[in-house]
Design a protein around this ligand. Structure first.
Ligand SMILES: O=c1ccn([C@@H]2O[C@H](COP(=O)(O)OP(=O)(O)O[C@H]3O[C@H](CO)[C@@H](O)[C@H](O)[C@H]3O)[C@@H](O)[C@H]2O)c(=O)[nH]1
Ligand SMILES: [Mn+2]
Length: 717
C-alpha cells in the first residue's frame, strides 16, 4: 500500500539520473578542439595571404573553408555529452503490475532476405521481455504478405508457451532463443529442462525452415490463412489481420498479446515503405491494446536485455523530467560484427560518443529501430497539449471492423504521413519524424546500457553497406532541403547545438563532393608536380601538419576508447573514404535528381542473409566486391588514379634526386601514399584475387582505362 501511495505523492525519488562528464577527458577534448580550430584559421589565413601562380590556391581555399565549417558544425556532437542511468528497481517497486500498456511493433518486409526464423526469434525475444504480459502486446507487420512468415508465427505461438515461462523462471538472457541457445552450445546446458527447450527450439526451426507443417497449420489456423486470396502476391493483396494470442487479461499462460498484420497493398497505391506500415500498426493497435507507449523494432533486432522496456519507462515515467520526453532511443548494435569490423558497420563512435552529444543538446535522433515512443506524440500531439484519454479499445475484437484501418485508401485525404504518424516521402522516415517531434517542443533521451538492449544484423558486404549508406545520406540530405530542414524549420524550436547536430548528418551527402575533389586534385597535382601545400620546412606548414597528425591521432584514440581495435580503426578510416567517394556522391545526385523531379527515391531493403562462401569471407574479413556497380566503378577509378599518380611521383623523385621537390610535395606525397595503402584491399580485389568476391573484371578494366585517361589528359594538358 505504501508504494501505491508513493506513486501519487508529489515528491519522488528520481527514476533516472543524468550525468555530465567534467573530467580530464572533456577538458583535453576541448583544448584539442580549440587548437584545431586555431590551425584551421591559420590555414585559411595562409590561403588568403600567400599567392600561388595558378588557380589551385582558390580551389583549395574553397575546399578548406568547407572542411573548416563542417568541422565546426560537427563539434556540436562532442561539446556537451550526457549519460543517462536508470533505476529499474524503483520503477518496479512503484508500479508493480500497474505499468502502462506497451505495444511492440516489429516490421518485416521480405521473407527471402529477412528469413521467418529470424523474425520469429525477434518476436519471441520481445514476448519474453521483463514486463507484465497482460500489459504487453507484440505486433508483427509483414509487408511481404507472406504465408511463410504467418506460418512461422503460428509456430512461435506454440513455442512461446514454453519459452516465455522458461525465460522468466530461469532469468534467461538474452531472450532470443537462437542467440541464447547458441551461446549455450559451447558451454553445455545448465539443466535437463534447458536441453529439452533447446531440442524443441531446434525442431521448430527445422519446421519453419522447411515449412513442413504448413498444411497442418492451415487447418489449425484457418481463420488466418483463409485471409490469403488465391491470387495474393506480396505487392497485391487485401488486409490480413489475425490475433494469435489475446493476452489482455491476466491469465495463467502468461503470454502477451500477439498480432499479425499485413496491411493491404495494391499496385496503384504507394505504400510508403516502413513508414506506411508503422502508421497502419498505430491505427490497428489503437483498437486492440492501444499501448500508451510503443517500441519499434526492425525484424532483425532482437531484445538482448530483458530490462530495456523498464529502462525506457524509467525515463518516460519520471515525474520530473519524463513528461518532456517524447521518445527514448537505444543504439543499434549488431550481433554479426567481426573483430575488426571490416565495413565499419558498428558505428561505434556514433553510438558511444556522438549520440550522447546529441542528448546533451536536446536529445538523439529517432533512428528507427530500438526506440520507445509515446503513442499520442507520434500520432501528432504537440508539447503542452493535454494528453488524450487513450482511444477506446474494443472489448470484443471484431477484426472485420478493424481491418479497414489498414486499407490502402484509409489515409486518403487524411493527415497520416504528414501531421500524424511517421512522415512519408523520405528514405529516412525515422529521422524526419523525430526532428518534427523535437520541433514540436519535445525532448528525447538516449540510453546505451552496458548489456546492449537490442542486437541486429549489419550489412555483410561492401555493396550492401554502400547501398544502405546511400539511402541514409540521401534521406538526411532531403531533410536538409525539405520544409522540415533543421536550419529553417528548427530555428527557435530546437537548440542551436541540436540544429548543428542534425546538420552534421544531413550534410553527409554534399560533404562528399569536396572530399572527392580534394583527393583527385591532390593526386593529379602530385602527378603534374604542382604543389598544393606549403613547403615542409616553412612555418606555414605547421597548421597543416598539426591538423593532419592530431586529428587522426585523436580519432584513433577515440575509437580505441569506444572499444575498437587498431585495425578496426584503420578499416573505419577506409570506410569513411569509401562512403564519401561512392554512397554519398550518389546520395547527393539522387537527391538533386529527385528535387528536379527526374527520379523517385526507393527503399532498398538490406538483406539479412547471404550465401555461404561470402559468409566465410566475411568471417575472415576479406572485402567482398563481386557485383557490378557504378559505385564500385567510382571507387575503382579513384583507387587506380591514386596508385598511378603516386607511382609516377615516386619514380620522378627517385630519378631527379632533387631534395627541393620532396620539400614542396611532401604532404601531397604522404596523403596520396596513405590513400594507396588504405586502398590495398581494393587493389587486391581488382588485381590479385581469384575468388568469387573479387571485383568483376569489367569494373577493373573500366576503372584502369578511366584512371589512365585522366592521368594522360593531365600530363599533356
Ligand atoms: O517497405 C518496407 C521496407 C522496409 N521495411 C522494414 O524496415 C526495416 C528496416 O529496413 P532495413 O532494410 O533493415 O534498413 P536499415 O537501413 O537497416 O534500417 C535503418 O534505417 C531505416 C531508415 O532510416 C529505418 O527505417 C530502420 O529502422 C533503421 O534500422 C526492416 O525491418 C524492414 O522489414 C518495411 O516494413 N517495409
Ligand atoms: Mn536493418
Amino acid at each position: 500500500m505504501r508504494e501505491v501511495e508513493d506513486r501519487f505523492s508529489p515528491v519522488h525519488d528520481r527514476l533516472f539520473e543524468t550525468r555530465r562528464r567534467r573530467t580530464g577527458r572533456m577538458i583535453a577534448y576541448r583544448a584539442f578542439a580549440v587548437s584545431v580550430f586555431g590551425c584551421i584559421c591559420w590555414i585559411l589565413f595562409y590561403r588568403v595571404t600567400v599567392p600561388v601562380e595558378n588557380r589551385t590556391g582558390l580551389v583549395m581555399l574553397i575546399l578548406e573553408i568547407w572542411f573548416g565549417l563542417y568541422w565546426v558544425i560537427r563539434q556540436s556532437l562532442r561539446w556537451n555529452p550526457v549519460w543517462r542511468y536508470t533505476f529499474t528497481d524503483k520503477l518496479s517497486l512503484r508500479y508493480k503490475k500497474d505499468l502502462p500498456r506497451l505495444d511492440v511493433f516489429v516490421c518485416t518486409a521480405d521473407p527471402v532476405i529477412e528469413p521467418p526464423l529470424m523474425v520469429v526469434n525477434t518476436v519471441l525475444s520481445v514476448l519474453a521481455l521483463d514486463y507484465p504480459p497482460e500489459k504487453l502486446a507484440v505486433y508483427l507487420s509483414d509487408d511481404g504478405g507472406s504465408e511463410l512468415t504467418f506460418y512461422a508465427l503460428t509456430e512461435a505461438v506454440e513455442f512461446a508457451k514454453i519459452w516465455v515461462p522458461f525465460c522468466k523462471r530461469v532469468n534467461v538472457e538474452p531472450r532470443s532463443p537462437a542467440a541464447y541457445l547458441s551461446s549455450k552450445a559451447n558451454s553445455g546446458f545448465d539443466s535437463a529442462e534447458e536441453e529439452e527447450v533447446a531440442k524443441l527450439y531446434k525442431e521448430m526451426a527445422v519446421r519453419i525452415e522447411s515449412a513442413s507443417k504448413l498444411e497442418e497449420a492451415r487447418l489449425n489456423y484457418s481463420d488466418g490463412f483463409s485471409q490469403w486470396d488465391s491470387d495474393a502476391t506480396g505487392r497485391n493483396h487485401g488486409t490480413i489481420l489475425q490475433i494469435l494470442v489475446d493476452g489482455r487479461e491476466e491469465n495463467e499462460k502468461g503470454i502477451p498479446t500477439l498480432v499479425y498484420l499485413s496491411r493491404e497493398k495494391r499496385p496503384e497505391h504507394h505504400h510508403h515503405y516502413k513508414a506506411g506500415s508503422m502508421n497502419a500498426l498505430l491505427r490497428v493497435s489503437s483498437k486492440i491494446t492501444c499501448g500508451r507507449f510503443i517500441l519499434n523494432l526492425d525484424c532483425d533486432m532482437y531484445s538482448n536485455n530483458s530490462k530495456s522496456a523498464l529502462d525506457a519507462l524509467c525515463i518516460l515515467l519520471d515525474e520530473k523530467e519524463g513528461k518532456k520526453i517524447a521518445f527514448v532511443q537505444f543504439p543499434q548494435w549488431f550481433e554479426n560484427s567481426t573483430r575488426n569490423d571490416l565495413y565499419g558497420s558498428m558505428m561505434r563512435v556514433i553510438a558511444n560518443v556522438e549520440f550522447n552529444g546529441l542528448d546533451g543538446n536536446g536529445g538523439p535522433f529517432y533512428i528507427g529501430t530500438g526506440c520507445f515512443h509515446r503513442r499520442d506524440v507520434i500520432c501528432g500531439r504537440n508539447y503542452g497539449e493535454e494528453e488524450e484519454e487513450s482511444q477506446k479499445v474494443q472489448e470484443v475484437l471484431e477484426l472485420e471492423k478493424i481491418k479497414p484501418l489498414a486499407s490502402c485508401t484509409y489515409e486518403e485525404g487524411s493527415q497520416w504521413g504528414k501531421e500524424m504518424g511517421l512522415k512519408y516521402g523520405c528514405p529516412v522516415e525515422d529521422v524526419i519524424t523525430g526532428l518534427a517531434i523535437q520541433c514540436g517542443g519535445w525532448k528525447s533521451a538516449y540510453l546505451n546500457p552496458k548489456q546492449q538492449a537490442f542486437l541486429g544484423v549489419a550489412p555483410t558486404n561492401l555493396h550492401q553497406m554502400l547501398v544502405q549508406q546511400r539511402r541514409w545520406s540521401e534521406g538526411d540530405f532531403q531533410i536538409f532541403l525539405s520544409e522540415y530542414s533543421p536550419v529553417w524549420y528548427g530555428q527557435g524550436k530546437i537548440s542551436l547545438g541540436l540544429i548543428l547536430g542534425y546538420c552534421g548528418y544531413c550534410l553527409w551527402a554534399p560533404s562528399a563532393v569536396p572530399v572527392a575533389i580534394y583527393s583527385v586534385l591532390t593526386a593529379l597535382c602530385l602527378l603534374k608536380g604542382i604543389p598544393l601545400f606549403p613547403k615542409v620546412s616553412s612555418l606555414w606548414f605547421i597548421p597543416f601538419g598539426y591538423v593532419t597528425v592530431v586529428v587522426n591521432a585523436y580519432s584513433l584514440v577515440d575509437f580505441l576508447w569506444c572499444g575498437g581495435t587498431f585495425r578496426g580503426w584503420w578499416n573505419e578510416e577506409r570506410m569513411w573514404l569509401y562512403r564519401r567517394t561512392s554512397s554519398f556522391i550518389f546520395g547527393f545526385m539522387d537527391t538533386i535528381l529527385k528535387k528536379l523531379g527526374v527520379s523517385e527515391s526507393a527503399f532498398v531493403i538490406t538483406a539479412k542473409v547471404g550465401e555461404e562462401e561470402a559468409a566465410e569471407r566475411y568471417e575472415k574479413e576479406v572485402m567482398e566486391f563481386g557485383v557490378e556497380s557504378p559505385m564500385f566503378l567510382l571507387l575503382g577509378t579513384l583507387g587506380m588514379l591514386n596508385l598511378f599518380c603516386f607511382a609516377a611521383a615516386v619514380l620522378r623523385l627517385m630519378t631527379s634526386r632533387d631534395g627541393g621537390e620532396l620539400q614542396k610535395m611532401g604532404l601531397q606525397l604522404v596523403i596520396t601514399g596513405v590513400l594507396v595503402v588504405i586502398n590495398w584491399p581494393l587493389y587486391e580485389g581488382m588485381l590479385l584475387r581469384k575468388d568469387k568476391g573479387k571485383m568483376p573484371i569489367s569494373v577493373t578494366v573500366k576503372s584502369v582505362v578511366l584512371a589512365l585517361s585522366a592521368c594522360t589528359c593531365i600530363v599533356f594538358l
